[in-house]
Ligand binder design. Structure first.
Ligand code: ATP
Length: 891
C-alpha cells in the first residue's frame, strides 16, 4: 500500500517508528544501511577530460599551429633551429596546461570547501526528545518538524499539520504554494496532499512528518540522476578576461606578422624572420591570465569566508565590489537581536521593566506570557528573541501560569500581530500582542488601575504619545490587549464543560481590552557605526528597511550614524500609496529609512533602484524575502536567523548576521578587482622589454639581445609566482575611499595599459638593453659585428639582458602592489607571498644562469657577480620612479 493512503498509525507501523521517533541506536543502524541523506554528485566532466580541454582551447590551438609550422619548416629546411622552436612551443602548451589545470582545480576545491561551511540542520524527534541534527543524517522512520522557511530534507508523510503550505516548484515547476494536510489520501504520490518532498520548501504554517525516503531514493534524487550537472558558468570578469586574452592573442599574431613583413623588407632570410614572428607571437600571448584570475577570485571568496561572508559563486565576489546601495534590515543585522524588556507603560506611567514589584498579577504580563511561543529550556530562553525577552520578563515578574492553548493566529510581518486563545483556570481568554497601529484599533476598552474602562480619544492619544516616547528611545514597542472569551456554548458530553472553539480571526480579535505597552531594547552592534562610516567613504548608500516603527528606526539610525542630518522616513502605508515616480524621488535622498515595511515591499525598492542604474545588495531572512533576494544584484541572507529558503535564494550568507560583514565582503570584492589589475599590470610590463630587443635587432642590425626561449622563461617561469602573490594582496585603505566602480569600467583600461606599456615597461626595456650592451662592450664587441648564437660573449650578453628583466620585475612586483598609493604606506613587508615569489624568481634565474641544464635549455651562460650588482639599481630605479609618479598623481 502507498504510504499516502495509510492512516497515521499504519504509516508509522510500516516504517517501524513511533510518534517519539527512532532511538539513536536504530537511527545509526538505518544510517549505515541506507547511507547519508545526500544527492550524490552527478558525474561531472572527468578530470582527465578537463585536462585534455587545456590542449584544445583557442590559445592552445594557436600555439599548436605555431608548433606545427615550426616542425614543417624544420622538415623542409633543416638546420635552422626550427625543431627546437617547435619543441619549445609544445613545452609552452604543456606547462600552460598543467599550470592552468592546477589553478582551476585549486579554485574548484576552494569553492567546494566553502559549501561545506554551511551544513543544513533539521529539527527531529528522537527518543521522544526534539533535537537538531544535520540533514544528511536523516533516515527513513525519522520524525521531522517543519516550520515556515524550512527546506524539506527528505520525502516524508505528514502526520500533523497546521495551515502548512509547500512550494513544490523545484519538483513540479508549479510555483504557487499548495496547502498540505495529514489525512490519508488516494492520489498518486506526487499529487498527494499528505506527502512533502525533499528539495521543496515550507512557505507557511508548520507540521510534523514521517520520513520514508532519503538521498537518492527521494523523488528529487531520481530527477537529479536524469539531468546532468550544470557546469558553473563564467563570471562577467572571467568572460572579460577570455575576451581580453583573445584580443591580446590576436594583436600578438598581428605583431608577429608585422615583424615578419618588416624583416623581409629589410632583407633578412625568410626562416630567420619566421622564427621571430612565431617567437614574438608566443611571447606576447598572455597564457596564464585566465587561470590566475579564476584563482584570485576563488582566494577572495575564501578570504570572505574567513571574514564570515559566504559567497555561492565567483561572480558574486566581483559583483560585491561594485555594489552602490545596501538595503539592510535593522533587527539582528544592525542590532544584536538580543532583546531585553526595558520600559513598560501602564496606568499612564512609564516604569522600568526591572521594577518587578510593580508588576505582580498584571494582565499585561499575563498577555506577554501567554501570547508567546518562546520556551525556557536547559537554562536558556529559546525562540524568537522578541518573545524570549517577554517570556523572561513575565517569568521573572509573575512566574509561570498554567494554561491550555486552544488556538493561535501566528505572527506575520504583514499583520504585525499575534493572537492566542487560551484557557486559564477554566476561563477562556484571547491574548493579542503586536505593533501599536495594529492593536489599538482592535480595542474598545482599556485597563486603568486594574479596572476596565471604555476607551476614549484621550486615552488613545495618551497611549500613542507614550508609544512615541518609548520609540524615540530606540525601543521596539509592542502593544498588548486581551479579553475574556465565552466560546460558542458547546459542552463536552462527558464532563459537561464548555468546549472552547476559535471563532474567525475577526471576531476573536475584536472588542479587546488594551493592557499596556512594553518597550524592548536591542542594542546596536558595536562594529556597525564604523562599517557605516566606511560605506559612506566608499560612496555606498545604506538604506534601512525595517518592520519596526519609524521612530524606533530613526532613533537607532542616529545611534549608529546611519542618519546624521534630516533623514527621509517613509512608512509602509505611505509607501503603498506612492507611484513609482514619487518613490524614485524619495530614493534619491541621501539618508533614507523605510519603516513598517513588509518583505513584499522590498522587491519594489530593489527594482526601482536597479532601474536607476544602482547595483543593489539587499538583506533578508524570511520566506517572503526570497523574491527580493533573487532580484537584487547581491541577495544576502542571515546564516543564524535566516530560513533555509532565504539562504537558498541568496548569493551570499552572513555567518554572523552582521552588517559589518557585508562591508568587509564589499572591501574584499573591491580588492580582488584591484588585485587582478595589479598582476595584469605586472605581467604586461615585461612584454615591453621582451619586444624591444626584437625591434632593436631589426632596426639597429645588432645580434638579437633576447632569445625566444628566454622570453618564455620570463612569461612562464619567473613572472608566475610574483603575479600570483599580487593576487593575494590585502585590501588597501584606499579601496574603501573611492566611489564604487562603474558597471562599464573595463579591466584593461587606459590607466593599466599606459602604466605597463608606456611607463614601467620602457624602464625595464632600458634596463635589459643596458645589460646586453654592457656585457657586449665589456667583452670587446664593436657595433656592427654579428656574433654566432653559440658565441660565449653573445650568450652572456643575452643572459644579462634576461637577468635585467628578472631584476627589474622584482622591483616591479613591489611597485604593482598599488596603483596610486605609496607602497611604504601599505607596509613594505606586509605581503609575505611577494617575498616567496621573488625568492622563486631568483632561484629559477640562478638555475638558468649557473647550471649546465639551464644553460643548454635557454642558451645562457654564467655571468659574473658584478653584472648582477650593476643591474640591481634598475629594480630600485623602477620602484622609486613609480613612487614618484604616484606622489605626483596623488597631489
Ligand atoms: P527588521 O526588518 O528590522 O529586521 P523585523 O523584520 O524583525 O524588523 P517584524 O518582525 O516584521 O520586523 O516586526 C514588525 C513589528 O511587528 C515589530 O515592530 C513589532 O511591533 C511587531 N512584532 C514583532 N515580533 C512580534 C511577535 N512575535 N509578536 C507580535 N508582534 C511582533
Amino acid at each position: 500500500m502507498k504510504i499516502s493512503s495509510l492512516s497515521k498509525e499504519d504509516a508509522l507501523r510500516q516504517l517501524v517508528s513511533s510518534e517519539n521517533g527512532l532511538s539513536e541506536a536504530e537511527a545509526a543502524k538505518r544510517l549505515s544501511e541506507n547511507g547519508l541523506n545526500e544527492i550524490s554528485a552527478v558525474a561531472r566532466t572527468p578530470l582527465f577530460l578537463k585536462f585534455l580541454g587545456q590542449f584544445t582551447h583557442f590559445l592552445a590551438i594557436l600555439l599548436w599551429i605555431g608548433a606545427g609550422l615550426s616542425f614543417l619548416s624544420a622538415y623542409l629546411h633543416p638546420g635552422e633551429g626550427m625543431s627546437t622552436l617547435g619543441g619549445a612551443i609544445i613545452g609552452v602548451i604543456l606547462i600552460n596546461a598543467v599550470f592552468t589545470f592546477i589553478q582551476e582545480f585549486r579554485a574548484e576545491k576552494a569553492l567546494e570547501a566553502l559549501k561545506k561551511l554551511l551544513p543544513m540542520y533539521v529539527q527531529t524527534i528522537r527518543e521522544g526528545v526534539e533535537k537538531e541534527i544535520p540533514a544528511r543524517e536523516i533516515v527513513p522512520g525519522d520524525i521531522i518538524m517543519l516550520a515556515e522557511g524550512d527546506m524539506i530534507p527528505a520525502d516524508a508523510r505528514l502526520i500533523e499539520s497546521s495551515t502548512l503550505k509547500v512550494n513544490n516548484a523545484s519538483l513540479t515547476g508549479e510555483s504557487e504554494a499548495s496547502l498540505r494536510d495529514h489525512m490519508p489520501a488516494q492520489d498518486e504520490l506526487l499529487e498527494s496532499p499528505n506527502i512533502v518532498f525533499a528539495g521543496t520548501a515550507v512557505t507557511s504554517g508548520s507540521g510534523k512528518a514521517l520520513v520514508f525516503a532519503t538521498g537518492m531514493g527521494t523523488e528529487f534524487g531520481r530527477i537529479a540522476h536524469l539531468t546532468s550537472a550544470v557546469e558553473p558558468s563564467l563570471s562577467p570578469l572571467q568572460k572579460e578576461i577570455v575576451k581580453a586574452t583573445r584580443l591580446v592573442a590576436t594583436i600578438a599574431a598581428l605583431v608577429g606578422i608585422f615583424f615578419f613583413g618588416l624583416g623581409l623588407f629589410i632583407g633578412r632570410s625568410f626562416w630567420e624572420n619566421f622564427i621571430f614572428a612565431i617567437g614574438i607571437t608566443v611571447a606576447l600571448i598572455p597564457e596564464g591570465m585566465l587561470p590566475t584570475v579564476t584563482l584570485s577570485l576563488a582566494m577572495a571568496s575564501q578570504r570572505m569566508a574567513k571574514r564570515k561572508a559566504l559567497i555561492k559563486s565567483l561572480s558574486s565576489a566581483e559583483t560585491l565590489g561594485c555594489v552602490t546601495v545596501v538595503c539592510t534590515d535593522k533587527t539582528g543585522t544592525l542590532t544584536q537581536n538580543r532583546m531585553t524588556a526595558s520600559k513598560i507603560w501602564k496606568d499612564d506611567q512609564v516604569i522600568d521593566a526591572r521594577d518587578h514589584g510593580l508588576l505582580a498579577g498584571d494582565m499585561l504580563l499575563q498577555t506577554a506570557l501567554l501570547c508567546n511561543n518562546a520556551r525556557f529550556a536547559e537554562n536558556e530562553y529559546k525562540g524568537d528573541p522578541t518573545e524570549a525577552a517577554l517570556l523572561k520578563l513575565g517569568r521573572e515578574s509573575i512566574g509561570g501560569i498554567s494554561s491550555q492553548r486552544i488556538a493561535e493566529i501566528p505572527f506575520d510581518s504583514e499583520r504585525k500581530r499575534m493572537t492566542t486563545l487560551c484557557k486559564v483556570a477554566d476561563i477562556g481568554y484571547v491574548f493579542t500582542k503586536g505593533a501599536m497601529e495594529s492593536i489599538l484599533p482592535l480595542c474598545s476598552r482599556s485597563l486603568v488601575g486594574g479596572a476596565q474602562q471604555q476607551m476614549d480619544d484621550m486615552f488613545r492619544q495618551k497611549a500613542t504619545e507614550a508609544c512615541h516616547q518609548l520609540m524615540d528611545m530606540g525601543l521596539r514597542v509592542l502593544a498588548f490587549a486581551y479579553k475574556e472569551y465565552k466560546g460558542q456554548g458547546d459542552r463536552d458530553k462527558g464532563t459537561g464543560k464548555e468546549i472552547l472553539h476559535a471563532a474567525d480571526p475577526q471576531s476573536l480579535e475584536a472588542d479587546l481590552v488594551f493592557a499596556g505597552l512594553i518597550g524592548l531594547e536591542d542594542p546596536p552592534r558595536p562594529e556597525v557605526p564604523d562599517a557605516i562610516r566606511k560605506c559612506h567613504a566608499a560612496g555606498i548608500k545604506v538604506i534601512m528597511i525595517t518592520g519596526d516603527g519609524s521612530r524606533t528606526a530613526l532613533a537607532i539610525a542616529r545611534e549608529i550614524e546611519l542618519v546624521r542630518g534630516e533623514a527621509v522616513v517613509v512608512e509602509g502605508t505611505e509607501f503603498m500609496k506612492m507611484d513609482d515616480g514619487e518613490l524614485r524621488k524619495k530614493l534619491a535622498a541621501k539618508e533614507l529609512i523605510f519603516a513598517r515595511m513588509t518583505p513584499k515591499h522590498k522587491m519594489r525598492v530593489v527594482s526601482i533602484l536597479q532601474e536607476e542604474g544602482e547595483r543593489v545588495a539587499v538583506t533578508g531572512d524570511g520566506v517572503n524575502d526570497a523574491p527580493a533576494l533573487k532580484k537584487a544584484d547581491i541577495g544576502i541572507s542571515m546564516g543564524v536567523a535566516g530560513t533555509d529558503v532565504a539562504k537558498e535564494a541568496a548569493d551570499m550568507i552572513l555567518l554572523d548576521d552582521n552588517f559589518a560583514t557585508i562591508v568587509s565582503a564589499v572591501e574584499e570584492g573591491r580588492a580582488v578587482y584591484e588585485n587582478i589589475r595589479k598582476f595584469i599590470t605586472y605581467i604586461f610590463t615585461s612584454n615591453i622589454p621582451e619586444a624591444v630587443p626584437y625591434l632593436a635587432y631589426i632596426l639597429l642590425k645588432i645580434p638579437l639581445p633576447l632569445t625566444i626561449m628566454q622570453i618564455l622563461a620570463v612569461d612562464l617561469g619567473t613572472d608566475m609566482l610574483p603575479a600570483l602573490a599580487l593576487g593575494t594582496e590585502r585590501p588597501t585603505p584606499s579601496v574603501m575611499k573611492q566611489p564604487p566602480r562603474s558597471r562599464d569600467k573595463r579591466l584593461l583600461d587606459f590607466s593599466v595599459i599606459s602604466r605597463a606599456y608606456l611607463f614601467l615597461g620602457p624602464i625595464e626595456a632600458v634596463a635589459c638593453m643596458f645589460g646586453f650592451f654592457y656585457v657586449m662592450y665589456e667583452g670587446g664587441w664593436h657595433w656592427g659585428t654579428m656574433l654566432q648564437p653559440d658565441n660565449i660573449l653573445y650568450m652572456q650578453a643575452t643572459t644579462a639582458c634576461l637577468t635585467a628583466i628578472v631584476i627589474s620585475q622584482a622591483g616591479n612586483v613591489f611597485a604593482c602592489r598599488s596603483s596610486g598609493e605609496s607602497v611604504f604606506g601599505l607596509g613594505l613587508l606586509k605581503n609575505r607571498m611577494i617575498f616567496m615569489g621573488i625568492g622563486f624568481e631568483l632561484c629559477l634565474q640562478l638555475f638558468i644562469v649557473y647550471t649546465p641544464w639551464g644553460n643548454s635549455i635557454f642558451s645562457s651562460a654564467p655571468i659574473s657577480l658584478h653584472i648582477w650588482l650593476i643591474l640591481l639599481p634598475f629594480a630600485f630605479l623602477l620602484f622609486f620612479a613609480d613612487e614618484l609618479r604616484k606622489t605626483l598623481t596623488r597631489s
